[in-house]
Design a protein around this ligand. Structure first.
Ligand code: SF4
Ligand code: SF4
Ligand code: FES
Length: 379
């Protein structure tokens, strides 16, 4: 029995690239290898979606198997001996990488994904470096806005179908599909529809290349300038785990704003791999209406003062009023630590009534969004 009261999962033992590992039964070879710190390249596989095994790059050699297997679709078995970097596996991975680049425009210098693009990253490890492609590249549609949040560049798309599966399986909105055949196959929006669902921003995260661009982040900041801080979304009571991507060294970017974008951070029990668009794009207020100067008004005349002087003046005026007549209303956006300080200072220190203001209310759904649009009503 596991510590959470559920039956302990069945484990299987296998060998990957000469290292033994024990994993839960049902774990695929990509994830099993990752637990050993071994990368098996994968484009179409995403742990939050179904597994079509259509990109073909995760091929591995399993001793005794008649041909290479797809690591994303092959469950680990007891006694399995796997090679992810044998000459045969490596050659197959390189050929797939080369194939995916046949029609790729290689416009990395103007692509927002550059620096965090899987196609770019895998090229370093699985590229052939001596390309065999001599045909002209097939041209497709570029920079097409397909909804309020997303711009589509079909030339960059490697047809992994992650985006189609996300709209089918996670949001259930099915706006996207693969159209035409062979070289002409393109991702597109179902005729008469727009890509407009409350979780559309996740498509940018799961697209392994720069085909699905974020209209909010487009051309805003190169990703290698970003710092990353783990945080919790304050957009509603769900408390999705997020990563804040920010920068302060280049003040000319985005009007001097610090936060460049928010991304979901995996938490199995809270938000899985996703976050909603309200939370994702609702960060602007952090950089708006900041206190940049302090002033005190005396006898109708306002004069600028240092923050400490303004604070002292506010305290003096507060202490001068009849405290019994006052109620301090605290916001449901305050953290537990701030609520504790408010209670210690006002209720216990000054004997003033402290009340909690009503939270803003909005749309709730079955996926993540909660009607309570503040993070800490429960305190
Ligand atoms: S747009 Fe991105 S996620 Fe969708 S199929 Fe193309 S590469 Fe995959
Ligand atoms: S559901 Fe949306 S608003 Fe609520 S915490 Fe998650 S990302 Fe933020
Ligand atoms: S990751 Fe396995 S086939 Fe795409």
């Amino acid at each position: 029995m596991a510590s959470n009261g559920k039956p302990a999962p069945k484990m299987v033992k296998l060998t990957i690239n000469g290292q033994e590992i024990e994993v839960r039964e049902g774990t695929n070879l990509v994830d099993a290898a990752e637990q050993l710190g071994i990368e098996v390249p994968h484009y179409c596989y995403h742990p939050g979606l179904s597994i079509p095994a259509n990109c073909r790059i995760c091929q591995c050699e399993v001793e005794g198997a008649p041909k290479l297997v797809f690591g994303c679709r092959t469950p680990a078995k007891d006694g399995m001996v796997v090679h992810t970097d044998s000459p045969k596996a490596k050659a197959a991975q390189q050929l797939v990488q080369e194939f995916l680049l046949c029609n790729h425009p290689l416009d990395c210098p103007i692509c927002d994904k550059s620096g965090e693009c899987t196609l770019q990253n895998y090229y370093m490890e699985y590229g052939q470096y001596q390309p065999v492609m001599i045909e002209n590249k097939y041209k497709k549609h570029k920079a097409t806005p397909i909804g309020p949040t997303i711009v589509l560049d079909t030339e960059r798309c490697i047809l992994c179908s992650r985006c189609v599966r996300f709209c089918d399986e996670v949001t259930g909105t099915s706006e996207l599909g693969l159209f035409n055949r062979n070289n002409h196959t393109e991702i597109g929006v179902v005729p008469g529809q727009a890509l407009d669902n409350p979780y559309s921003g996740n498509l940018v995260d799961i697209c392994p290349v720069g085909a699905l661009g974020d209209r909010d982040f487009r051309f805003k900041c190169r990703v290698w300038y970003l710092q990353h801080t783990e945080s919790i979304c304050p957009g509603c009571a769900k408390g999705c785990n997020i990563t804040v991507d920010w920068q302060t060294r280049r003040r000319h970017i985005a009007g001097g704003a610090r936060i460049m974008r928010l991304r979901p951070r995996f938490h199995e029990e809270v938000n899985g791999h996703w976050m909603c668009d309200d939370g994702r794009y609702g960060y602007g207020w952090h950089d708006e209406n900041r206190v940049t100067a302090c002033a005190v008004k005396t006898a109708g005349v306002q004069s600028e003062v240092l923050p400490r002087e303004a604070f002292d003046a506010a305290v003096a005026r507060f202490l001068a009023v009849d405290r019994q007549a006052w109620t301090v209303v605290v916001s449901t956006f305050l953290s537990n630590e701030e609520l504790f300080l408010a209670r210690t200072l006002f209720a216990e220190g000054l004997g003033v009534r402290v009340a909690v203001g009503p939270p803003p209310v909005g749309v709730e759904d079955a996926l993540l969004r909660r009607a309570d649009k503040s993070p800490n009503t429960a305190g």
